[in-house]
Structure formats: structure tokens, C-alpha cells
Design a protein around this ligand. Sequence first.
Ligand SMILES: Cc1cc2nc3c(=O)[nH]c(=O)nc-3n(C[C@H](O)[C@H](O)[C@H](O)COP(=O)(O)OP(=O)(O)OC[C@H]3O[C@@H](n4cnc5c(N)ncnc54)[C@H](O)[C@@H]3O)c2cc1C
Length: 411
Amino acid sequence: MSDVVVVGGGIVGTVCAGELLARGLSVTVIERDEPGAGTSAGSAGYLSDGEIFPLAQPGVPARILPMLADPQGPLVVRPAYLPRMIGWGTRFLLASRSRRFRAGIRAMSSLNRVANDMLFAFAKRAGAERYLVRDGCLHVAYERATLEHAEALVATLEANGIAARIVDASSARAMEPNLSASVLGGVFYPNAARCTDPFEFGRALAGAFRAGGGTVVRAAAQALVQRAPEQWIVRTSEGEIEAPRVLVAAGVWSRELVQPLGYRVPLEAARGYHLMLPEPGVQLARTLLFEETHFCATPMDRGLRLAGTVEFAGVDAAPDYRRSEMLLGLAARYLPGIRGDGATRWMGSRPSFPDSLPALGAAPRHQNLYFAFGHEKLGLTQSAVTATCVADVILGRKPPLDLTPFSLGRF
Ligand SMILES: Cc1cc2nc3c(=O)[nH]c(=O)nc-3n(C[C@H](O)[C@H](O)[C@H](O)COP(=O)(O)OP(=O)(O)OC[C@H]3O[C@@H](n4cnc5c(N)ncnc54)[C@H](O)[C@@H]3O)c2cc1C
């Protein structure tokens, strides 16, 4: 029997499992698919320290309605799914009040300030550092109204310990010569980084976990049962697995495992799409984020990846790959030379709480049950800081940051 069972072997579960193993515990990961792959495999690979702003912001609820009417907009809700969004949507509205928003920024920054350093250190220990490059990220805009807020944005970032600086049009084009003449400038994040192949990165970390003595059981977890304070049973498609402690890290699917234990888990699939361009026709020196359309272009080992946008349709709904395909036309506004020959499409589900903060640490009402899920758009970025915090809690040590804002008990 292992000291800890980790349910879910996506990027968060894999990094948590690796950290627990490195701290001397025996660890079993239960994963129904390929360990280390999961949603993050198709992500934009942007290690984004500057994404400290929860989606729920003052003024956003009013801006969402016109967005929903635009099929090429950054956010869509499938009409048939709207009634299922009422509970989550109400909590989203509550989270968009300015006091909650400001608290969210502080909480998010506490993770992001240390996230990239921790992920680089973790990847190095696992021999997977070749997939990470720290060359910053440039957020670019072509509308003057977008840039009007740049100074206030940079001030907020700096006040929260995140480095950022405003870049004018000519500096932006000096950094990225393929940018369109209509780009008016943007904001540069010098400590941001990128992953050059999130799928191979996850696989390399899972390989290092196995090579270090970790166990992976290929099975679907069906239920968590506590028989005694230090006796957890995970019922799986392949039989029961027992351990004194369980860490739930099953992304958006954590809800169905944790809710039956009596917790409120308002977790939704904020689905996103990518378009992978093997011959993009443009070369970028770093990740670009397009401010008006809210998605990224990340140079990767196998080409350029356009990834982002949000669709609420339920986790099991069929993908609408028009949302992948539209990314090429939208990106051409910033990168006129971009080409889509041989492009491939992908959809994945970000695990999203209404306040954009993950659930981290000890379960409020069960001993020896721990959570690491709900990282929304930042699961890759925050995987190692999550692992450090959760390992500290499991081992009875003080984590490097205050985990109170991340308790599932907030719902
Ligand atoms: C388009 C898009 C772009 C993104 N870009 C970025 C980015 O640039 N940077 C960033 O940091 N993040 C990004 N994200 C977000 C990031 O991908 C997620 O936050 C992250 O993948 C969440 O990781 P996870 O391990 O919690 O969940 P997942 O990656 O979803 O992994 C969960 C795992 O648990 C397994 N599982 C679930 N239920 C069970 C069960 N019952 N039994 C056994 N196994 C189970 C699943 O098979 C899966 O492997 C992006 C997401 C999308 C969709």
C-alpha cells in the first residue's frame, strides 16, 4: 500500500505525485488515460505569471452579454447549456464584486510570483527542463482603447510583485518583426515563459515519476470511501485501492468524486480550443497574447500553436471545431503572414471555479483527504507551486503561502 494515492494524472496530479515522491513518500497515481497528458497537453504552453486577474471582474457581467452574441467572440455559452450555468453564473456575479476581485488578485499573485521558478526547478530535477524556455511574453493590441488601461494594469501587476512594462508599436515590432503595422503596442512580461511541447513535457514528468519508483494504475476512479481516519478506499474500474491519504487532482472531473462526500463543488468545464500550425509562415521569438481576441500564439517544437477562448457547453458535449478554425483568421489581424497549411485542431476542458481560484490543501471536513484541482487557465503554470503547497500540507509543514483563499470551504 502506498502512503498517498493521487487521483488524476494530468499535469497537476503528475507534478504533485513527483513532489510527494521526492519528499520520501510512496505514491500511486490512478489515471484512466495516459498519465501526464490530460488537458494541459493541448494548452497554449504559456507559463504566465502575469495572469493574476480572475475572469469575474467588476464590469465584466455587463460586457459578457454582447460577447455571447458573437460566435467568434472569446466567450460563448451553448444555449442548451445556459440553464445548467445558473448556479455557477450566480457565484460568478458575486465573485465579480470589487472586494472579491481584489482579494482574488492577491491570492492569484501569491501563487504566480513563485510559480515559474518552482516549475523550472521541478522540471530540472525530473530531467525535463529542455521543454521550458523563459523568454517572456508580449501581450499586443491594435485598439487604442485596449492600451488606455495599460498603465493602470502595469501598476497593479507591479504592486503584486509581477514584472511588466509597456511597449510601444515600434518596440513591439522590433521584438517581433512579423507583427502587423496595425498593432499599436502592448505589455511585456519579462519573467513569463513557455513550454515547447506540453504533451511531451507531461509524458517526461510521468516517466521520471515512474523511474523514481512511483506507481501508476491505469483505471477510472469511481468513488472515494473513508473507512477510518487513516483508511481511504478508492473504488476504481479495476478494483479497490487503499491508502491512508488521498489527493484529488482530477481536473474538471474532480467534482464528481468530491461532491458525493458532501462538498459543494461549483466546477465547470471552461472549454478551450487550439489550432496547431506545423508550417505557420511566421516566426515568433516568444509567446504572443492577442489582447482583443484573448488567445495566444506560442512557438513550439512542432510549429506555432494558437490556443485559448472559452466555451461553456458541459464537459461531455461534442467539440465545435469551428472555434479552432476561427483562430487562424483572428490571428491574421496581428500576424498577416500566418498560414494554416496542415493545421490540426484540439479541444480541452479547463477546470473552472466561479472565482478562478483553485481548490488547494486539506479537505475541510475529512481527515487525510487533500485537493489540487480547479486551476482554470493556469494549471500548467501553477502545477509546481501547487505541488509544493500540497506536499507541505500532507507532511504537516507550513506551506510557503497562505492557502486560506483556496479552501473548498469558500463555497
Ligand atoms: C485551450 C487551452 C489553453 C490553455 N493554456 C494554458 C496555458 O497556456 N498555461 C497554463 O498554465 N494553463 C493553460 N490551460 C489550462 C490548463 O491546461 C489546465 O489548467 C490544466 O490542464 C489542468 O490540469 P489538471 O491536471 O488539473 O487537469 P487535467 O489536465 O484535465 O487532468 C486531469 C486528469 O485526471 C484524469 N481523470 C479524471 N477523472 C478521473 C477518474 N475518475 N479516474 C482516473 N483518472 C481521472 C483525466 O484523464 C486527466 O488525465 C489551457 C487550457 C486550455 C483548454
